[in-house]
Design a protein around this ligand. Structure first.
Ligand code: AMP
Length: 408
């Protein structure tokens, strides 16, 4: 074929125009930049979704967690702790639809019910009160702490139920309920003889030592009192209610708050007055508890016919006069071992000393109970005179824990 016969398609003129070439190049650059941007955004979105998926799930009652009808497990914090989930159907059935006669009591975040599961297991169900903001904070705190702790003298959390607007915690059931229902009750107090009481003191000391020192965390309970000691079928004590507990970092020894939380009668002076709390403020509460268990009298509201002493001052005065055994409640006179009674009161007085630095740590307290050596002489307790308990910023009515909300 002759070259002249070939039809070469004519190239549009515009391609050769210098101006339109520039326009085309601009379009290519813009499209390329846009594509790169879209790709970067896509990669970032994928990375974000992947990291979010990897992050451990934390129980937050108002962020719904997927609930299925069977029991299943979920992570509760930054470690591998796992808790069982119970369906609302199961819990309603076990408590007879939260019947009034199943109600065991009422605490910081709402009512507590007794339940029986299909397999016959008895449980205690703490139901978060829907109107309580304080309760919600305590609920989260309770899960955060108790789920990670395991000791024979701490109440055991079995699981949780979060469904719709219901948030509940499920515990092992303690058939003898709380210590206060025995020691401050004129009839039931005779059911706890000295050996029971000594075992309760000892067990509570061990539970507290575990919180302060032996667990993976350093935890200050901040609301140790007779109504927060639950008793199992053999009258073994279990510390409960971690709604106000605080975790300390490894080298942190004390902390400060403007909002003092706790219960009147059990608050250490440095906490009540300055808002400073530490393991030594728990030691103070433990000392009050020991004196209450031995005497069968409440520190708060104590009165003695001869003088205006409070319980701590009364114990101290008897100690100074060498008559401390008189502090022992009448119902234990026949069953007591005098040396154990004297040692318990002595240790109790060491724990309620005014200055935190003078009080023993819980490890020393446990050693003092376990060994028979001489004990140091206690100094005068805090709040020596009746009415010396400061009222500033204290938030407790009767024996009920009251808190003002503070960020956790
Ligand atoms: P709390 O909210 O822990 O202060 O509990 C309030 C009350 O409910 C306690 O004083 C007990 O009488 C009762 N209670 C709480 N937990 C249990 C449990 N695990 N077993 C039996 N009774 C409980």
């Amino acid at each position: 074929m002759a070259v002249s016969d070939l039809t070469i398609p004519s190239i549009p003129e515009s391609i050769y125009k210098p101006g339109s070439n520039k326009k085309r190049q601009t379009i290519i650059v813009v499209v390329s930049i846009l594509s790169i941007l879209v790709m970067v955004i896509l990669i970032l979105a994928i990375l974000y979704a992947w990291r979010k998926k990897k992050r451990p799930q934390v129980i937050v009652p108002d962020e719904p967690v997927q609930i299925i009808d069977e029991e299943y497990t979920m992570e509760t914090g930054d470690d591998d702790t796992e808790l069982s989930s119970f369906s609302l159907t199961k819990i309603s059935k076990s408590t007879n639809d939260f019947a009034n006669d199943k109600k065991l009591g009422e605490g910081g975040f709402g009512p507590v019910y007794k339940g029986v599961l299909d397999d016959g297991r008895e449980i205690a169900v703490k139901r978060l009160s829907k109107t309580s903001r304080q309760g919600l904070g305590e609920f989260k705190n309770e899960v955060k702490f108790i789920a990670k702790l395991q000791h024979r003298n701490l109440v055991k959390l079995l699981g949780y139920c979060i469904q719709g607007d219901e948030s509940m915690l499920i515990y092992e059931y303690m058939p003898n309920k709380s210590l206060d229902s025995f020691i401050f009750d004129t009839i039931k107090s005779s059911l706890l003889d000295w050996s029971d009481r000594y075992r309760i003191i000892h067990g509570t000391a061990r539970g507290l030592l575990y919180l302060h020192q032996d667990s993976r965390f350093k935890i200050v309970h901040r609301d140790l009192k007779a109504s927060n000691i639950l008793l199992d079928v053999d009258m073994n004590p279990k510390i409960s209610d971690f709604g106000l507990a605080r975790m300390f970092r490894e080298h942190e020894n004390e902390a400060n708050t403007n909002n003092v939380v706790g219960t009147l009668g059990y608050l250490a002076p440095e906490y009540a007055v300055d808002g400073t709390f530490s393991e030594k403020s728990d030691v103070f509460s433990f000392g009050v508890l020991v004196l209450e268990i031995v005497s069968g009298k409440k520190n708060r509201g104590f009165s003695h016919e001869k003088d205006s002493d409070n319980l701590l001052a009364h114990a101290w005065r008897l100690f100074e006069e060498g008559m401390v055994v008189q502090l022992l409640g009448a119902e234990m006179r026949d069953s007591c071992v005098v040396s154990e009674v004297l040692r318990s009161i002595h240790i109790g007085l060491l724990c309620v000393q005014h200055h935190a630095k003078d009080r023993p740590t819980m490890s020393s307290v446990v050693l003092m109970f376990d060994k028979e050596g001489a004990l140091p002489r206690p100094k005068q307790p805090a709040f020596f005179a009746k009415g010396s308990v400061p009222q500033r910023n204290l938030v407790s009515i009767n024996d009920i824990t009251m808190t003002t909300l503070e960020p956790r």
